[in-house]
Design a protein around this ligand. Structure first.
Ligand code: BV8
Ligand code: ZN
Length: 246
């Protein structure tokens, strides 16, 4: 896509946003890539010889909790020093310029919150939160965790408070997300390969309810033909073009 093309599409999107009352944004791992966070399915999506999707399951944790904790502790270590990038920051600006703004993210890295976004729906949980398998206590813990961290209250094993493949999303989180998606005047889907459900179908639902649907991604995805506007490139470069004069 030429720079001219990108600029022209960015101003089309900016126009649509300027007139919108309700804007919903759905982000995936791609928006954090420029912060140095490995994406799920890109070349950085591997950890040693394991695929992330094979470790982010209750079965993997049941079989070998130590290995799954090693994977999540490695990701926490990688994530801890990383900062939001201009893409995250552009969404903070967008939230301040739009009457009703909802940010739905598939990411568990906490970088949207670190950037200053407010109305965030974390569909898949948050890597900085842990949950006790015994008493169910959920807490935020940013410390370097033990290889098999235990609950301070009841001594049982903790797990990352994230949604693994094959696990249901929190119904109240899903309800909030669908409420926003169905009322959106504009929905932007940013940095996601559109492979993970139920997030992947939210854009189509918004469009069916009348939203202007925008895709911002490094490359086309299976849903690209459904979008009203697609801008291919780095979200950290494209989003500031859209939010700069909102
Ligand atoms: C559910 C938390 C039902 C953990 C994640 C068959 C068998 C079993 C299950 C299923 C199946 N078919 C469908 C399913 C359902 C399954 C699913 O969708 N599987 C897929 C893989 C086929 N979904 C589930 O299991 C969900 N639960 O359906 O429950 C249920 C109901 C009742 C009772 C029981 C069950 C739960 C899914 C949640 C999984 N957890 N994360 C963790 O992170 O450790 S999902 C994980 O993938 C991450 O959250 C990640 O965000 C997400 C999606 O991936 P993407 O974000 O899209 O990342 P990806 O790398 O794929 O793509 C990045 C994109 O960015 C690329 O397109 C790239 O081009 C682009 N990009 C890169 N750099 C940039 C960029 N774009 C712009 N700028 C850049 N600089
Ligand atoms: Zn406990």
């Amino acid at each position: 896509m030429t720079a001219l093309d990108t600029a022209a599409r960015a101003s089309l999107v900016r126009e649509r946003l300027g007139g919108a009352q309700r804007v919903v944004v759905l982000t995936g791992a791609g928006i954090s890539a420029e912060s140095g966070v490995p994406t799920f399915r890109g070349e950085g999506g591997l950890w040693r010889e394991y695929r992330a999707v094979d470790l982010a399951t209750p079965e993997a944790f049941g079989r070998n909790p130590q290995l799954v904790w090693e994977f999540y502790n490695w990701r926490r270590e990688v994530l801890a020093p990383l900062a939001p990038n201009p893409g995250h920051e552009a969404l903070v600006k967008m939230e301040q310029s739009v009457p009703h703004f909802t940010l739905i993210t598939q990411n568990i890295d906490g970088l949207h919150e670190k950037a200053g976004s407010r109305n965030i729906i974390e569909l898949h949980g948050n890597i900085w939160h842990v949950r006790c398998l015994g008493c169910g206590e959920v807490s935020e813990d940013r410390s370097v965790l033990a290889p098999m961290p235990r609950c301070a209250g009841c001594g049982q094993l903790l797990r990352p408070h994230v949604v693994w493949f094959g696990e249901a999303l929190d119904p109240s989180v899903l309800r909030r997300a669908y409420e926003a998606v169905q009322k959106a005047g504009v929905m932007m889907v940013i940095g996601t390969s559109g492979t993970v459900e139920p997030a992947a179908s939210m854009g189509i639902l918004a469009k069916r309810k009348g939203a202007f649907l925008v895709e911002i991604n490094l490359e086309p995805t299976p849903y690209t033909s459904f979008y009203d506007a697609s801008i291919f490139g780095k979200s950290g470069e494209i989003l500031p073009l859209i939010s700069e004069s909102l």
